[in-house]
Write a protein that binds this ligand. Sequence first.
Ligand code: PHE
Length: 330
Amino acid sequence: MINKIEDTRKNFDDDLVKVTNLADLEELRIKYLSRGQGLVSNLFGSLKDVKKDDKPKVGQALNQLKIYTQAKYDELKEKFETEVNSSKQIIDLTLPGRKREIGSKHILIQTLNEITDIFKGWGFSVYEGPELESDYYNFEALNFAPDHPARDMQDTFFITEKFLLRTHTSPVQVRVMTENKPPIRALMPGKVFRNEAISAKSYCLFHQVEGLVIDTDITFAELKGTLVAFAKLFYGQEVPYRFRASFFPFTEPSAEMDVWWQPKGKPGRWLEILGCGMVDPNVLINVDIDPEKYTGYAFGMGIERTAMRKYGIDDIRILFDNDKRFLTQF
Ligand code: PHE
């Protein structure tokens, strides 16, 4: 019986090397492994004629043969099947080519570029700062006292007690003034974050462009003149605008600028586009600039609002949806 088992294994191995496809393999299976007529299966039938003492040994050899043949069969089957599957992925040269779409700049980036281009033309340099800021740059150096009520004006995403997602681009003013000596003409665009309820008017993330000018003899008149010139270039010569007195801890005096917004078919209204003011002497002291010698102005403009006004968009959320039907219009 042991010899028979050995012979069967040898025959199986001989047949195995001749198998080249799934059909051959199926023949091999029927010959050796099928129930009822398979050579290996049949050997189990002969087990009953083996002497009782030899049974464990013979049984073990037989089991090994069964496991061996089955494993070889499974292995080849898997190999042939994956070959069949991969050969199905033939290249069909008659198919039409895939159309490649050309991407475009997001409407916010386009708006931002238009704004920076105008200010670059006036000698401003562009700077960027980190979005994860420390309390020092975002509040303290900007003259917000630790218990200053203005700190509650902006609902802040705090990361730790000391670090937060910047709520405005004004901390970049502090960084620029710390690293550069006057005269300074800086433009600082970037993302800002506020923990506000999301609606058509406000989103937890938006973009600002900060402007900063520090030199001797900088006046509020120059600030106003610059912003009016900007509004005329950006929105058109005839754009109605106004300045309103306001408050920021880091500027004194402070103002906000509105432009008239007239959406098609809707009643017009004033839209606030920026906050601005003369840099507070306390801020200059914090960055070691002598307020007796230098004065300066700063402004911070919201990009989303600016873009919305220019393109007649009435829901801020659509700017962040990544909906191609919207994005491809620009
Ligand atoms: N940082 C202010 C804000 O986010 C805007 C501002 C910038 C005001 C610079 C004055 C000067 O509302």
